[in-house]
Design a protein around this ligand. Structure first.
Ligand code: AMP
Length: 217
């Protein structure tokens, strides 16, 4: 089962990918997490990506596609994967098709989590993530049990620089220009299911689980 979670920044892709991964025992890969991990380790890729991330822009397609190709060809993904944050452009969608075809696999479904812009700004400004394991939190909707400390691994949680208001606006613009065309792209192939992402985490999770269960039949 190879799935893509599509949606604007702040739609809850990371939170929902984590839940689905656990429920369906499918590993998930988040392109943003991979870039941040590279940055933390000061790799060449991380330093390059950070120039774009800091501005709310997309990292170039060739670099992003190569990073995802490298990751999902690993044996732990051979039974399937949930992709979160990739693809984000039409060229990346073509890249994904090629990667999966090369591995003898196909894309089974694209879950589009729809959330209006006004709500996204509010969500992103309250978002915090774990510095070590990248588990996402929200100061209002999903606070950690102990303030500032990750429930999963005990490391500190922090606000991403690109979740600050100026960069959030740039990211939403980039989403509308470059990523939202993927909605029609995947719809035309009959792969897209839209889920209302404006409810609470549990409600959105149930809707997504139902879609995944129906794809598995
Ligand atoms: P995210 O954690 O998914 O919000 O991603 C954070 C940032 O990483 C984005 O604003 C982009 O700068 C970069 N990024 C993540 N995924 C991609 C992608 N598929 N293509 C290009 N840039 C990406």
């Amino acid at each position: 089962m190879n799935l893509v979670l599509l949606g604007p920044p702040g739609a809850g892709k990371g939170t929902q990918a984590e839940r689905l991964a656990e429920e369906f025992e499918l590993p998930h890969v988040a392109s943003g997490d991979l870039f941040r991990e590279n940055l933390k380790n000061k790799t060449e890729l991380g330093l390059l990506a950070n120039r774009y991330i800091a501005e709310g822009e997309l990292v170039p397609d060739d670099v992003t596609i190569a990073m995802i190709r490298d990751r999902i060809k690993r044996p732990e993904y051979e039974n399937g994967v949930i992709l979160d944050g990739f693809p984000r452009t039409l060229a990346q969608a073509e890249g994904l098709k090629e990667i999966l075809t090369g591995l003898g696999r196909t894309l089974d479904g694209v879950l589009y989590i729809a959330v209006p812009d006004e709500e996204l700004v509010h969500r992103l400004s309250g978002r915090r993530i774990c510095r070590r394991c990248q588990t996402p939190y929200h100061i209002q909707f999903k606070p950690p049990q102990k303030q500032g400390v990750c429930d999963t691994c005990g490391a500190n949680i922090y606000q991403r620089d690109d979740d600050k208001p100026e960069t959030v606006r740039a990211r939403l613009e980039v989403y509308h220009q470059q990523t939202s065309p993927l909605i029609d792209f995947y719809r035309q192939y009959g792969l897209l299911t839209e889920v209302d992402g404006s409810g609470d985490i549990e409600t959105v999770n149930s809707a997504l689980s139902e879609v995944v269960r129906s794809l598995m039949k």
